[in-house]
Write a protein that binds this ligand. Structure first.
Ligand SMILES: *Cc1c(COP(=O)(O)O)cnc(C)c1O
Length: 395
C-alpha cells in the first residue's frame, strides 16, 4: 500500500494506541534478567500493578496474551471435573467458556442476549440451588469487548455472598483495567485476569493474574495439570523481583512507563476521561440515528461502543470504506454479531481531538458507504466535549 500521511487511527478496542513515551521505553537495551537492575524494575511494576488493580495481594505477570491469563486463572484454582458457572455476555465470555470446557471443567453456561451484562439475581438463584456446593467458581467478564457492555462485578460478589455460597469469583478485566474503576480487594474478587494491550496502553504480550488469599489457598489443592502457568514458582521467584524463566524485559520497560503515565494523570482522571469519551460517542451514535448494542444505560462501557448497522447493511463493508478512505481502523463484529455491528474503541491513550477525528471518519464513512443515517453526530459529540470542559454535564 502507498504511504499515507499522518498517523493511523487505531480505534479498535485493543490493541490500543501506544504513547510515545512507552514506545521509547520499549526500545531500551535488554539487561541481565538475573541482575539487580532487573529486580528493581519488576518489583516496581508489581507494586504499580497492585495499585492499579487495588489489591494488597500478589500480582503475577505472564509472557502471554490475555487467553493465557484466562487459562492460568482456571488451572491454578480448580481440579478436573469441577463445576464452574459462566455467563454468555458475548464473544469473549464464550471463548473463555470454550477454554474451560477443553481443560476438562464442567461449565454451567447461563445464556445471554449479547446486549446485557451478567444478571446478579440469576447468579444468586443458580448458586442458591447448588446446595452441595458443587460449583467451585463463578467466572465473568467485567467489560465484554464484543458488545460494549460492562457488568457491575461488585454486585456479583454480593450475589454469591447472599446465596451463602463458597464459590471463588474470577473476573476478566482485560478491556476494563485502567479504563474503568475496578477494585480487586474491596469487591471480593479472587482472581483478576488482565493483559497489556488495552487500557494499559502497551503492545500485546503480557498477561496478568491478581490473586486473593482464598484463591491462593484453593491453588494448594487444585489438581488441574500445569507447569508454565503454575503460580507458586512465579510467586516465589517474584518475591525478589525475578522470574522462573527468561522474562520479556522490554515489555516490562514499557509497562513501567505506562504505569507512570497512568499515575501522572491520576487513575480517577483516567476513568473520567474514558467516561467522557464514551458519552460523547453515544451522543454521536444517537444523532446518526443508529442504535447502541448495549441495551441498559447502567451497563454502558467506557472502553468501547458497539453500534448496530441498519438492516441490509454490512458493518465490515463500512469498516472497509473507512479504512480505505481515512486510515482509521474500527473493531469488527465478533461471533454472533459479525457483520451486524462495528465497534468504536475509545480506550487507552486517547484525547478529545482524537475522538473528534475518529467520529468524523465514521460520519463521513457512513455517508460514503450509503448507510441511511443522519448527519450531526460529530457536532453533538463536540458540543458535549466542550461543555464537559466547563464541568457542567452529566453522564
Ligand atoms: C481482548 C480480550 C481478550 C483476549 O485477549 P487476547 O490477548 O487476545 O488473548 C479476552 N477478554 C476480553 C474481555 C478481551 O477484551
Amino acid at each position: 500500500m502507498a504511504f499515507q500521511g499522518g498517523r493511523h487511527f487505531l480505534q479498535i478496542p485493543g490493541p490500543t494506541n501506544i504513547p510515545d513515551r512507552v514506545l521509547r521505553a520499549l526500545s531500551r537495551p535488554t539487561i541481565d534478567h538475573r541482575g539487580p537492575e532487573f529486580a528493581r524494575l519488576s518489583l516496581e511494576i508489581l507494586e504499580g500493578l497492585q495499585r492499579i488493580v487495588h489489591t494488597s495481594g500478589p500480582v503475577l505477570i505472564f509472557p502471554s496474551s490475555g487467553t493465557g491469563a484466562w487459562e492460568a486463572a482456571l488451572v491454578n484454582t480448580l481440579s478436573p471435573g469441577d463445576r464452574i458457572l459462566m455467563v454468555e455476555t458475548g464473544h469473549f465470555a464464550t471463548l473463555w467458556r470454550n477454554l474451560a470446557a477443553e481443560l476438562g471443567l464442567v461449565v454451567d453456561f447461563l445464556p445471554g442476549d449479547w446486549r446485557h451484562g451478567v444478571d446478579a439475581k440469576t447468579v444468586e438463584k443458580t448458586l442458591g440451588e447448588d446446595r452441595a456446593h458443587a460449583i467451585k467458581a463463578v467466572a465473568v467478564v467485567h467489560n465484554e469487548t464484543s458488545t460494549g457492555v460492562t457488568t457491575r462485578v461488585s454486585e456479583i460478589r454480593k450475589a454469591i455472598d447472599r446465596a451463602g455460597h463458597p464459590s471463588l469469583l474470577l473476573v476478566d478485566t482485560i478491556s476494563s483495567l485502567a479504563s474503568t474503576d475496578y477494585r480487586h480487594d474491596e469487591w471480593g474478587i479472587d482472581v483478576t485476569v488482565g493483559c497489556s494491550q488495552k487500557g494499559l496502553m502497551m503492545p500485546p504480550g503480557l498477561g496478568l493474574n491478581a490473586v486473593s488469599e482464598k484463591a491462593r489457598r484453593a491453588s494448594k489443592s487444585a489438581r488441574m495439570k500445569k507447569s508454565y502457568w503454575a503460580w507458586e514458582p512465579i510467586l516465589s521467584a517474584g518475591k525478589s523481583g525475578f522470574f522462573p524463566y527468561t522474562p520479556p524485559t522490554n515489555l516490562l520497560y514499557g509497562l513501567r512507563e505506562a504505569i507512570h503515565l497512568l499515575e501522572e494523570e491520576g487513575l480517577d482522571n483516567v476513568f473520567a476521561r474514558h467516561d467522557r469519551h464514551a458519552e460523547a460517542t453515544r451522543r454521536a451514535v444517537r444523532a446518526w440515528g443508529l442504535e447502541i448494542l448495549c441495551a441498559d444505560p447502567e451497563e454502558y462501557s467506557s472502553s468501547l461502543t458497539a453500534v448496530l448497522m441498519p438492516e441490509g447493511h454490512d458493518a465490515d463493508d463500512l469498516r472497509g470504506v473507512i479504512l480505505e478512505n481515512f486510515n482509521l481502523s474500527l473493531g469488527t463484529g465478533l461471533g454472533k454479531v459479525k457483520g451486524k455491528v462495528f465497534r468504536i474503541g475509545h480506550l487507552g491513550d486517547f484525547n478529545d481531538l482524537m475522538l473528534a477525528g475518529t467520529l468524523s471518519g465514521v460520519e463521513m464513512g457512513l455517508a460514503l458507504a450509503g448507510v441511511p443515517c443522519s448527519k450531526g453526530g460529530v457536532a453533538e459529540a463536540l458540543e458535549y466535549l466542550q461543555c464537559a470542559r466547563k464541568g457542567n454535564v452529566g453522564r
